[in-house]
Design a protein around this ligand. Structure first.
Ligand code: GDP
Ligand code: ADP
Length: 192
């Protein structure tokens, strides 16, 4: 069986990565599996441990780094986030196309290790709209919102390292564009 694709989905906090993903992740043609990350961030209301994230202590996260258990990791606005390597490999070996929803430092590490990874960056229609969305979600305190917005401006500078840029103005359209990109990559892989 052919090993599944590795798909990196990045974009600033609040741009709508999760919202857009929910429109395409169950499309059977894409044969996707979502890689659940580890994080030291506190769970938000409604987030499920083991599904949205593996919520963990700093100590356990640092042990995972030391033991080489992570494909990549980064510190983002005061918390660690990382991708468990074993699960990604298992899913890809089962032929699944694995989607990593990760920030730009982690994306750089994955691109160095796996140059074939398909990378997509989601941009907002404007920085004003990004601010509206992140505030509208009401999941972060004001201080953290400010830090995430400052981070967003830096992250946008990393756009050239991505293969595809998709604007999330309408989430269904953004999802359709991403679906088209992934389907074409699946086709190209099959013909290799
Ligand atoms: N490098 C890396 N970044 C991650 C990982 N999981 C999530 N992130 C990113 O960390 C950032 C913060 O995530 P989160 O606190 O859930 O905020 P949200 O993106 O606004 O929902 C986002 O850019 C995520 O895409 C991971 O495993 N590795
Ligand atoms: N295209 C869109 N237009 C308007 N609001 C959106 C759009 N996409 C997402 N949102 C809203 O923006 C907020 C952030 O979206 P979310 O998916 O949590 O972002 P991310 O996962 O990138 O942090 C949510 O309240 C969501 O409902």
């Amino acid at each position: 069986m052919k090993k599944g694709l590795l798909i990196i989905l990045s974009g600033p906090s609040g741009v709508g990565k999760g919202t857009v993903r929910r429109y395409f992740e169950n499309d059977e043609r894409l044969n996707l599996a979502y890689s659940t990350s580890m994080t030291t961030r506190e769970p938000r209301n409604g987030e499920i441990d083991g599904k949205d994230y593996f919520f963990t202590s700093r100590q356990d996260f640092e042990n995972a780094i030391k033991n080489g258990e992570l494909l990549e990791y980064a510190e983002f606005v005061g918390n660690y986030y990382g991708t468990p390597l074993k699960e990604v490999e298992k899913l890809r070996n089962e032929g699944k196309n694995v989607i990593l929803e990760i920030e730009v430092q982690g994306a750089t590490q994955v691109q160095e290790k796996c140059p074939d990874a398909l990378s997509i960056f989601i941009i907002p229609p404007s920085m004003e709209e990004l601010e509206k969305r992140i505030r509208g979600r009401k999941t972060e305190a004001e201080e953290i919102v400010q830090q995430r917005l400052a981070k967003a401006a830096q992250e946008m500078k990393m756009i050239p390292q991505y293969k595809y840029i998709v604007c999330n103005d309408d989430p269904k359209l953004a999802a359709e564009l991403i679906t088209t990109i992934i389907l074409r990559h699946i086709e190209l892989e099959e013909n290799k």
